[in-house]
Design a binder for this molecule. Structure first.
Ligand code: EPU
Length: 422
């Protein structure tokens, strides 16, 4: 049954929101179980449908899973593998399933993953994931819609230069290289905090990785990895979304556990918008006392640039700003679909190429709208929080992929929001 979110706009949000564990770290962290036969314990794992989808795939592959959702703890053990093939039905649900490719080829010498295909936000090629495996010495073929990789004698380290920055491409390459013979150097690697933390987790498991958090990551291959216990860091995109919830409703929210440095460029932009951002011991306080919101242009870029995963939410804020804001999406070719839905709520946005020109309007009006992807649905909920009257966000299943308990988190701070089953 499909769910929708009904929102009555116009209520400022006040209070505290605890930021959950990062989805885009939890996913690669989970697949590290494929690299060792010892136990991996992950704490602060967010309860999200993307996590559930990945666990279903791992269970199919033969991992033992003990998931204590109440305590957000996940214990994983992969003594033996039953399958080295990730079928279409799993990969279709979630593109990040491609992350099993690197660890499976590293430990078992073979891996086969259904081709993920395009998705709502763009083509999302995986040629660079494949290229790395080939450079590390794997034989890779595309056969019947599957990427099949084979390296019975193991992989061999080498220098790999990425022509463009890819987050899961870097993560897959790191996980392929940790058990390789010799040293691998990834040049123009992704610098996202999620990649850095994945390397820290792998080092806790006995890997020898240096340079994480910079654009050159060096991986000295080791014989084997062992088990460990690791905490998933707070989700910077969830934190950024609630920061905008505070700004757009002219509220005051303490984002508990939020790591300021992970969002520096984003917070600097909000400050230029006129929002007060204060670092505190236990998180970041976001307060908007101003009547008007300044319009500031943004252009998305890999970390540490303005995150593409916050572009849609930021656009919601700009719809009610004073002036004109240019929003340029540089990472994904089809990630401006929320503009049509925001316009249905009275926004004034014109898209040309990869740039949206957002002319601020006095106010938005509630309307039935449809979420097209995860971050677009967050953007529409934010718009609904400030729009006059009632907004219904349909196809809510997108939001549950990446926002743990969003209804309650917003309700507790004074939002008038209700999930309904239609
Ligand atoms: N690309 C290629 N070839 C490749 C890989 C990527 O051309 O082999 C291109 C993509 O088509 C895209 C660009 O490179 O134009 C960047 O894509 P990237 O590979 O970095 O994206 P991803 O790894 O598939 C992760 C996050 C996304 C996030 C992007 C960018 C995870 C599980 N997903 O995706 O998160 O938008 O990095 O930061 O980490 C989300 O959480 O809503 C989300 C979509």
């Amino acid at each position: 049954m499909l769910q929708s979110m009904k929102i009555i706009g116009g209520y400022p949000l006040f209070g505290e929101i605890s930021i959950s564990g990062a989805k885009n770290l939890a996913l690669p962290a989970i697949v590290t179980t494929l690299l060792t036969d010892n136990e991996i314990t992950l704490n602060n794992v967010p309860n999200l449908s993307d996590v559930t989808s990945l666990l279903e795939l791992l269970e199919y592959l033969g991992c033992d899973i003990n998931h204590d959702t109440a305590h957000k703890q996940l214990i994983l053990k992969t003594t033996n593998i039953k399958h080295t093939e990730a079928p279409y039905d799993f990969v279709r649900k979630m593109r990040a399933s491609i992350l099993v490719l690197g660890p499976m080829i590293a430990r078992f010498g073979r891996a086969s993953v259904s081709f993920p295909g395009g998705c709502a936000i763009g083509v999302r090629a995986i040629d660079l994931h494949i290229r790395t495996l080939q450079l590390l010495g794997a034989e890779v073929t595309i056969d019947n819609g599957f990427i099949k990789a084979y390296s019975p004698n193991g992989l061999t380290g080498c220098d790999i230069t990425f022509p463009i920055v890819t987050v899961t491409g870097t993560e897959n390459s790191i996980m392929a290289a940790v058990l390789a013979n010799g040293t691998t150097r990834l040049i123009n690697a992704a610098m996202e905090p999620e990649v850095e933390e994945l390397c820290n987790l792998l080092n806790n498991m006995g890997a020898k990785i240096t340079g994480q958090g910079t654009s050159t990551i060096t991986i000295e291959g080791v014989e084997s990895l062992h088990g460990t216990t690791f905490d998933i860091m707070p989700d910077r995109i969830e934190a950024g979304t609630y920061a905008i919830a505070s700004a757009i409703t002219h509220g005051k929210l303490l984002l508990k556990n939020c790591i300021y440095n992970h969002l520096e460029i984003f917070f600097n932009t909000l400050k230029s918008n006129g929002v007060s951002i204060t670092q505190q011991d236990n998180g970041v306080l976001v307060e908007n006392n101003n009547d008007k919101i300044n319009s500031i242009d943004i252009s998305t870029a890999p970390y540490p640039g303005f995150p593409t995963d916050l572009q849609a939410q930021y656009m919601a804020l700009m719809t009610i700003s004073e002036g004109v804001s240019l929003i340029t999406e540089n990472l994904f070719e089809n990630r401006l679909m929320h503009t049509q839905e925001l316009n249905r709520m009275g926004a004034n946005i014109i898209v040309k190429g990869n740039t949206a020109t957002v002319k601020g309007v006095e106010n938005l009006n509630g309307a039935p709208v449809m979420a097209t992807d995860l971050r677009a649905s967050a953007s529409l909920i934010l718009a609904g929080l400030v729009a006059k009257g009632e907004t219904t966000v349909n196809r809510l299943y997108h939001i549950d992929r990446g926002y743990e308990n969003i209804d309650n988190k917003l309700l507790q701070c004074g939002a008038h929001i209700k999930r309904i089953t239609v």
